[in-house]
Design a protein around this ligand. Structure first.
Ligand code: SF4
Ligand code: SF4
Length: 313
């Protein structure tokens, strides 16, 4: 299958030229237009210049299959996703960028001084973005999974310790909504290190212990969906139940609905996923064994109680 990515920028002149490219292209079987934007004004310009409407027209004509956006800024990505036309998001994800608040200045992501003080927990907006994408059926394609290579070097890593490429890829793939990781490689050896993910053992993919020992970063109390707390004597899939719980809350918050207020509801997708589980949060024995195994001190028993309240069982 031939892939063709049409890049649409907020510049109307460029769009007109690309329009001709598309009409004449023979590479249009699977096309994916991206409007690359990190500033809220970029997204506004994209809309004002009719680029979203143009992408929808291309899709209706069968010239492209999906409408995508590329961004490094969760604030802009959330705004765009919430408007409903974006189906694919290319976004920069790795365990250190995930700690940073959104910025319109992309260079902040790799500025040494930004990381000097260390970090506690994931930026809530980034978490919300991933959960919003999952709840709205938007697939994420990851870029910068290795933070430009810095995460692979103990000297360069903003976290103060190195990860392997397999651990970085594993982290990205366990974020909600992530479908693919585009890992950069400068040579065959680096490419082979990424491809090694396919045959890696569970132990090689496991990033939890490495994260828990990072000297400059703490994820205390934050569920990473790593499954270290398993197995549960009641056979609850703790990580998945926690993910579904967070997705329900994120879905409601994206509609401005707080838990406990009128209008709060469990979306059909999450309800169906929960229904088909063999064991539910209500089966929790409150034994606490899971909490002794969680590297991030997540209050799992409270989460199970919370899930019972939200799902009803
Ligand atoms: S509760 Fe802890 S161990 Fe279990 S999936 Fe979440 S972070 Fe991992
Ligand atoms: S506290 Fe509940 S979820 Fe945790 S291991 Fe015990 S039964 Fe499973």
């Amino acid at each position: 299958m031939t892939f063709f990515r049409l890049i649409l920028r907020p510049d109307l002149r460029l769009v007109k030229r690309l329009k001709e490219d598309v009409r004449n292209s023979s590479y249009n079987r699977t096309s994916l237009p991206y409007g690359y934007c990190d500033a809220e004004s970029d997204w506004q310009t994209i809309k004002d210049n009719g680029i979203v409407e143009y992408a929808k027209q291309l899709k209706a004509e069968g010239k492209i299959r999906h409408i995508g956006l590329s961004s490094h800024n969760p604030k802009v990505a959330i705004k765009a996703i919430e408007e409903g036309d974006i189906e694919v998001l290319m976004f920069s994800i790795n365990p250190v960028y995930d700690m940073l608040p959104g910025t319109e200045v992309v260079d902040d992501l790799w500025a040494d001084e930004v990381y000097e003080g260390g970090f506690v927990n994931m930026d809530p907006e980034r978490q919300r973005l991933y959960e919003l994408c999952e709840s709205m059926g938007v697939g994420i394609t990851v870029m910068k999974a290795f933070a430009g290579g810095d995460l692979l070097s103990a000297e360069m890593s903003p976290a103060g310790a190195a990860l392997t490429p397999v651990q970085c890829i594993s982290y990205c793939l366990s974020r909600p909504a992530v479908a693919t990781v585009c890992s950069g490689a400068r040579n065959d050896e680096q490419l082979a290190e990424s491809i090694a993910y396919c045959d890696a053992t569970e132990a090689e993919r496991d990033y939890a212990e490495a994260f828990a020992s990072f000297p400059k970063v703490s994820w205390s109390g934050h569920c990473m969906y790593c499954t270290h707390c398993h197995p549960c004597p009641a056979e609850i899939d703790i990580a998945f139940v926690t993910k579904l719980l967070n997705l329900v809350i994120a879905h409601n918050e994206s509609n401005g609905i707080k838990e406990g207020t009128e209008g709060f509801r469990v979306p059909d997708t999450e309800r169906m996923h929960y229904e088909v589980l063999e064991k539910h949060a209500g089966d929790c024995l409150q034994c606490g064994m899971c909490e002794t195994r969680c590297p991030f001190d997540v209050k799992i028993r409270e989460n199970m109680d919370h899930a019972v309240k939200v799902f009803g069982y």
